[in-house]
Design a protein around this ligand. Structure first.
Ligand code: PEP
Length: 250
């Protein structure tokens, strides 16, 4: 099994330029004692500075979002080639906040995924059910359709550019975490779904991250599950000590 452990920090709309540089410098002073690839996703305006600050470090930078078009009259948006031009090849797509507040649906996400893949990017693709879905025992159906609608047109070879991030919406920023057993149950379901639509090699190689209130206190137990290959971390990624405690849970 050759899939990677990954711990990615989604900084959302937090940290101005000097704060970004200070947090990144603090991160470079930490020791990664495990085998997780560390990724940070600052806000778009600070991506270039982040790459510069992290020069020589093993920490990678990702964008939090990008537009599906190559260029054009899309005021306020950033394109894949802009991201590429500052030395970044990883983008988070489909975050629940983008789905909820910016109306990103499966069709739009398919276009974004295609553009990202065409640029050779790695996509950290976020998806997950809402509390209502889980209460109605629809969580497996919702997750399956989110994946099928936005990703299952890709070829098996293109899946080497995909990192999955299962983030139950009810656990994001709420302090409520899926139990390690709930995370494992869903991750195993996701891997099985990929295996059924593709093959076991593709399914075994895709890293599936868990996101939703991961903290230093719960990371080890969640990461100990066999189908949990890492985490997408929001709040706890804004403090160097907390983030690296999570990184070092591997
Ligand atoms: C996220 O936004 O992807 C996330 C998991 O946030 P938090 O860790 O704060 O729940």
């Amino acid at each position: 099994m050759s899939r990677k452990h990954i711990v990615a920090g989604n900084w959302k709309m937090n940290k101005n330029l000097s704060e970004t540089q200070a947090l990144l410098t603090a991160l470079t002073e930490k020791k990664n004692t495990g085998d997780a690839q560390v990724i940070v996703a600052p806000t778009a305006i600070n991506l270039h500075a982040a790459v510069t600050t992290l020069e020589g470090s093993e920490i990678k930078v990702a964008a939090q979002n990008m537009h599906q078009a190559e260029s054009g009259a899309y005021t306020g948006e950033i394109s894949a080639s802009m991201i590429d031009s500052v030395g970044i090849d990883t983008v988070i797509l489909g975050h629940s906040e983008r789905r909820a507040y910016f109306h990103e649906d499966d069709a739009l996400l398919t276009e974004k995924v295609n553009t990202a893949i065409a640029h050779g990017f790695t996509v950290i693709f976020c998806f997950g059910e809402e509390l209502e879905d889980r209460k109605n025992e629809k969580h497996f159906n919702v997750v399956e359709s989110q994946l099928k609608n936005a990703l299952f047109h890709l070829t098996a070879a293109q899946w080497s550019h995909i990192v999955l991030a299962y983030e139950p919406v009810w656990a994001i920023g709420t302090g409520e975490t899926a139990s390690p057993e709930q995370a494992q149950e869903m991750h195993a379901f996701i891997r099985n779904t990929v295996s059924t639509s593709y093959d076991t090699t593709t399914a075994d190689q895709v890293s599936i991250l868990y996101g939703g209130s991961v903290k230093p206190g719960n990371a080890k137990e969640i990461f100990s599950k066999p189908d949990v290959d890492g985490g997408l971390i929001g709040g706890a990624s804004l403090k160097a000590d907390d983030f690296f405690e999570i990184v070092n849970a591997f």
